[in-house]
Design a protein around this ligand. Structure first.
Ligand SMILES: C[S@@+](CC[C@H](N)C(=O)[O-])C[C@H]1O[C@@H](n2cnc3c(N)ncnc32)[C@H](O)[C@@H]1O
Length: 286
C-alpha cells in the first residue's frame, strides 16, 4: 500500500488503509485486532509503543512485511500461521500449515490433566505438540511419548519441544493411533480430529482452506478416532491411570459411552470456561 504521493506512509495511515480493506472480509473488530498484531510483528514495536508510534513513518522493509501479512490475511490465512507462533497455556508455540493452531479450548484438558500427578504420559495426535510439551513443561519429572500420523506435524512438535526445554523427555513417534507404539502410561491424552463431516463443510475458510483436514475431521459422525483410541488403549493404560480426550460440545454422551465400553471407571464429561462440554475423562480401576 502507499499513501498519497507527497505524504510519507505513517504507521497510523497504514493501519487505517489496511483496516478499510480487511474489515469487509473478516469483520471490523477482528480486523483491528489482527492488524495491530501484524503491525507489531512488522515493525518490532511493542503494544504500548504501537499506541504512541502512529505518526512514525513506516520503513520500507517494515511496510513490505506488513503488506505481505495483510495480503495473507485477506486470503483468510489464520493470523497464527502468518505470525508463525501462537500462545497456548502461557507459552508460545511454533505453528505452520501442517499443524492445527492450538486452541484455548484445549487448555481445559491441560487443567484437568494437571489436577493429579503423573509420571509417564502419551499424547496421541500431538500436532504442534501443544499438549505434550505443556504437560512436560509443567511437570519437570514426567516423561512423555507423543505421536502423529503427520511427519510434518512431528517436525513442528520437535521444534516446540526444543523451544520449551522438554525434548530430552519427549519421544516423538510417527504412528497411526496405537499402531507400533509401546509402553505403559499413567496418563493418556488426545485431542483427536472430531468434527463431523457435515459440520466441517460449514467451518470458516481460515480453517478449511489453511488447516490440515486430517487434524479436524475423521469424516462421518466425528467419533472414529475415539473408537480407535479407546478401543486400543487396553495394554497401554496402567492400573489407576487416567485417560482424557477433548470433544466437540455435542459429543459428551457418545464419547462417555465409548469410555464405559472400554472398561474405564469414573467416566465424566467436563465443561470448558464457556460452559460447553469439552473433555471426557475416565480411569482404569486398580
Ligand atoms: C485436533 S488436532 C490436535 C493437535 C494438537 N494435539 C492440539 O491439541 O493442538 C489432531 C491431530 O491428530 C492427528 N491425527 C489424525 N489422524 C491420526 C491418526 N490416525 N493417528 C495419529 N494422529 C492422527 C492430526 O495429524 C492432528 O495433528
Amino acid at each position: 500500500m502507499s499513501g498519497s504521493h507527497d505524504a510519507p506512509l505513517t504507521l497510523g495511515l497504514w493501519l487505517r488503509m489496511a483496516h478499510a480493506r480487511l474489515a469487509p472480509v473478516i469483520g471490523p473488530d477482528e480486523a483491528a485486532r489482527d492488524l495491530r498484531r501484524i503491525a507489531m510483528h512488522a515493525t518490532g514495536l511493542s503494544a504500548a509503543q504501537l499506541g504512541i508510534g502512529g505518526g512514525d513513518v513506516l520503513a520500507p522493509a517494515a511496510q513490505a512485511a506488513a503488506d505481505a501479512m495483510l495480503a495473507a490475511r485477506l486470503a483468510h490465512r489464520p493470523l497464527a500461521q502468518i505470525l508463525g507462533a501462537w500462545p497456548f497455556y502461557g507459552r508460545s508455540f511454533h505453528v505452520t500449515q501442517d499443524t492445527l493452531v492450538p486452541r484455548p479450548d484445549t487448555e481445559t484438558l491441560i487443567e484437568l490433566a494437571l489436577e493429579r500427578p503423573f509420571s509417564r504420559m502419551v499424547d496421541l495426535g500431538t500436532g504442534s505438540g501443544a499438549i505434550a510439551v505443556t504437560l512436560l513443561a509443567e511437570r519437570a519429572d514426567a516423561l512423555g511419548l507423543a505421536s502423529d500420523i503427520s511427519q510434518a506435524a512431528l517436525e513442528v512438535a520437535a521444534r516446540n519441544a526444543q523451544r520449551h526445554g522438554v525434548a530430552a523427555r519427549l519421544d516423538l513417534r510417527h504412528a497411526d493411533w496405537w499402531d507400533g507404539l509401546a509402553g505403559v502410561f499413567d496418563l493418556i491424552v488426545s485431542n483427536p480430529p472430531y468434527v463431523t463431516q457435515a459440520d466441517y463443510a460449514r467451518l470458516a475458510p481460515e480453517i478449511t482452506q489453511w488447516e490440515p483436514r486430517a487434524a479436524l475431521t475423521p469424516g462421518g459422525d466425528g467419533l472414529a478416532a475415539y473408537r480407535q483410541i479407546l478401543g486400543g488403549l487396553g495394554p497401554y493404560l496402567a492400573a489407576g491411570g487416567r485417560c482424557l480426550v477433548e470433544i466437540g460440545a455435542e459429543q459428551g454422551r457418545d464419547v462417555a459411552a465409548i469410555f464405559v465400553a472400554a472398561g474405564l471407571v469414573d467416566v465424566a464429561v467436563h465443561a470448558d470456561i464457556n460452559g460447553k462440554d469439552r473433555v471426557v475423562s475416565g480411569r482404569r480401576g486398580q
